[in-house]
Design a protein around this ligand. Structure first.
Ligand code: FAD
Length: 502
């Protein structure tokens, strides 16, 4: 199988297919996670909002996947308390009942039980909540994770199962056999410019928001199936949400859900749902989105965030499956879709990060049938993700590496100069850059600052300041010279502007 696209969907498929013993090649034109999969709200959740929309089967499926992921990647997924603050008399019974049902749907995969909170208990959990008219709250539990870190560990899992996964390899065309069916791709090595034909029994299009571009390589007249919708997040320091609980606002003025979440020692607030006409590789937050998040956050927080407080802003594009004219993307289903073209190209899109494993199961089942491969059952429900460690918390700031953390500690012991932090505002050490370049396929300074660490997403100015040292460490590992370092720093400087508010 050739899988095109190295986000959660593609890499999830690579794991499942390789685990069944199929031969797998995955091609990603940029870095793993450069698309939507590094830009999520970082929740492994059933989706309280989908409950409201009445999509109980999606909620149940996602809650089951949440439970499986907590079991299979405990070093990266953990439970988090979410408080819905109540200001009106009807909110406690209404949300209290809704969240009981949410819990019920999780069945044996349940996290902690939801319950009503008094005003005092709400304030204990959310010391910075706006107290004006506050009556109390409802607490429920969901999962939280680091999206691109999980993705990198999924890449390593697939690799250990025998799959080949390449970043910086772009699919530029599809190959056709004598029967006119797609039987391979033309791939371009982005670093050297070399192009090569690669054959396969089946080609899987897992390019997310870019799915239609690949479908049009198979059939120029293919009508679009993606309705792209942008969501943004603003990141602040921890003082805006100093406790361990998140805030969930179930109804913003535009009828959406807003989250304020503690993440890697910072406060992340989002998101929006803005239909797009075009799909940029590096999406940028719009002014109206930024203002909407700031003004909604000010309604709920006692410490009112301003533009000057924003440490980073990041945007992502949801690969939603089209329905109607696409004007209201918030109402579109988050279910996934598998489409098989007359050319034999299989496209999988939609869905959520949370449900990637289930999506992969569905996709590999269909791909195996289509490609006439021997039937083999899916066995990922009990498959540990690379780095699996049941008490990774003891590794402190290296806990996200799970079972790899001791090797990074060893690097710091043997080369004490690598035990130096890269920036006082962030917990990243020089040894991590060396590790990520040697073992995690990082090829550029952006790969390190955006997706191996989360520096660019947490604090864009700090990421910018770290760039020269990251470039120096990488150049030594990759055998590159000063020119390469300078180019990398320049590229990062340009990119970082998009994560800073003007
Ligand atoms: C703002 C926002 C918040 C979200 N929050 C959550 C959340 O909290 N929880 C949750 O479960 N889900 C969430 N989601 C949804 C989730 O992030 C996405 O469903 C998921 O990441 C999609 O993954 P993907 O692999 O399909 O797409 P992508 O991650 O975009 O991957 C597609 C990849 O294909 C590559 N590609 C494209 N064309 C080519 C080509 N020609 N050759 C080679 N490679 C190519 C791209 O570079 C890209 O890396 C959120 C989404 C958004 C936008």
């Amino acid at each position: 199988m050739i899988i095109v696209g190295g986000g959660a969907t593609g890499v999830g498929i690579a794991i499942d297919a390789a685990n069944r013993g199929y031969e797998v090649l995955l091609l990603e034109r940029s870095d793993f996670g450069k698309g939507t999969s590094s830009r999520s709200t970082k929740l492994i959740h059933g989706g309280v909002r989908y409950l409201e929309q009445g999509n109980l089967s999606l909620v149940m499926e996602a809650l089951k996947e949440r439970g499986l992921l907590l079991k299979n990647a405990p070093h990266l997924v953990h439970d988090l308390g979410f408080v819905v603050p109540n200001y009106d008399w009807w909110e406690a019974p209404f949300y209290g009942m809704g969240l009981k049902i949410y819990n019920l749907l999780a069945g044996k995969y349940g996290f902690g039980a939801s319950r009503l909170l008094s005003r005092e208990e709400t304030l204990e959990r959310l010391p910075t909540i706006n107290t004006d008219g506050l009556r109390g709250g409802v607490v429920y539990y969901d999962g939280q994770f680091d999206d691109s870190r999980l993705l990198i560990h999924m890449v390593m899992t697939a690799f250990e199962l025998g799959a080949t996964l390449l970043n910086y390899f772009e699919v530029t065309d599809l190959l056709r056999g004598s029967d006119d069916l797609v039987d391979g791709v033309v791939a371009r090595d982005v670093e050297t410019g070399e192009e090569m034909p690669l054959e396969a029994k089946i080609v899987i299009n897992a390019t997310g928001a870019f799915s239609d571009a690949l479908r049009r390589m198979a059939d120029a007249s293919a009508s679009p199936i993606i309705s792209p919708s942008q969501g943004i997040h603003l990141v602040f320091d921890r003082s805006f949400l100093p406790g361990d609980s998140a805030i969930m606002v179930p109804h913003t003025s535009d009828g959406r859900v807003l989250f304020a979440i503690p993440w890697h020692g910072h406060t992340m607030i989002g998101t929006t749902d803005t239909p797009l006409d075009e799909i940029p590789v590096e999406p940028v937050a719009r002014e109206d989105e930024i203002e909407f998040i700031l003004s909604t956050a000010r309604e709920y927080l006692a410490k009112k965030p301003t533009r000057d407080d924003v440490l980073s802003v990041f945007a992502g594009v949801r690969p939603l499956v089209r329905a109607g004219d696409g004007a209201n993307t918030a109402a579109l289903s988050r279910d996934h879709t598998i489409q098989i073209e007359r050319s034999g190209l299989l496209t999988i899109c939609g869905g959520k990060w949370t449900t990637y494993r289930h999506m992969a199961e569905d996709c590999v089942n269909q791909a195996a049938t289509l490609a006439r491969l021997p039937d083999k059952p899916c066995a990922t429900a009990n498959l540990n993700i690379h780095g699996f460690h049941s008490s990774a918390g003891k590794f402190g700031s290296l806990s996200v590496y799970g079972s790899d953390a001791p090797a990074i500690e060893e690097l710091m012991r043997t080369q004490p100069e690598l035990a130096q932090p890269l920036h006082p505002a962030l917990p990243y050490m020089r040894a991590e850059v060396v590790w990520q370049t040697r073992f995690e396929m990082a090829r550029t300074v952006e790969d390190i600052l955006a997706r191996r660490t989360r520096a660019l997403f947490l604090n864009a100015r700090a990421a910018l300041a770290m760039a020269p040292e990251v470039a120096r460490l990488m150049a030594a590992e990759l055998g590159q010279g000063r020119d390469w370092e300078r180019r990398q720093i320049d590229q990062l400087r340009t990119l970082a502007q998009r994560y800073l508010l003007p």
